[in-house]
Design a protein around this ligand. Sequence first.
Ligand SMILES: C[S@@+](CC[C@H](N)C(=O)[O-])C[C@H]1O[C@@H](n2cnc3c(N)ncnc32)[C@H](O)[C@@H]1O
Length: 261
Amino acid sequence: MFEHNHQVYIARDIVQHYRQLNQLQPAEQSILDLFGDEWSSMKMLDIGVGGGRTTQHFSRVVQEYVGVDYSHEMIAACQKRFPSASQSRVFEVVDARDMSQFADNSFDFILFSFNGIDSLSHQDRLQVFQEVNRVGKTGGYFFFSSHSLQGLEREFNWRNQISLNPLKTYVNLVMFGLLRFFNRSIPPQQIKDSAREIIQDESHNFRLKQYYIRPQEQLNQLEADFDNISIYSWSSGLELTTQQDLDANIDMWLYYLCRIK
Ligand SMILES: C[S@@+](CC[C@H](N)C(=O)[O-])C[C@H]1O[C@@H](n2cnc3c(N)ncnc32)[C@H](O)[C@@H]1O
């Protein structure tokens, strides 16, 4: 099931899509601003770098930048997009589940942006957390995003698709119908009751099967390898500082900033 996601990420149209993206998401911009002058002494690993959307923003502020992806095609696109390779900016084909190319305690800041980790199975996801813990320096940072089951729960209810704009309502209901069709084996009550689910969502026209998780469950998963975890709304870029903020949040994905143990 998850090998299929890899096939999607090597497809020409998908690589083409990612190589023309260049804007940071609001939560990523918040983190870029948060660390200010500290970047200049950091060695950064950008996992699932895709077509290099984040490269231009981070590689110019850090001391050393390594962009990796398990898709050869994505790495080839990055090498073409950023041809002036130097010792301080390199791209490599690496699978996050096995980063044995890198020694223990190698990186100060590790990014796995735009829900790249959600294309992996549950076991592989836990393996990635362990690998990040190993290649990251103790006290360093891991920043990643993951789909929120809390946000999806809202999408699974047709009543939430109705708006004052008839055209918008029509489009929402079509997308709702497709979402329910592609996930017909999952009743809405199961979405409500689960801590995590695999969902065939609308990204890339329902070609990917993605991992969705409740924020509290994500915090539990991270406990073994990370501490001092803060959660950011991907869309506003603001930290969700209270339980109330978190419970009310309906973003489709959230960013987690963690300290490596
Ligand atoms: C949604 S795309 C995001 C690309 C890029 N970070 C961006 O934000 O535009 C997810 C990326 O993660 C990569 N990816 C998924 N699983 C991976 C793994 N196990 N190891 C390395 N890269 C992986 C995919 O190949 C894809 O390029």
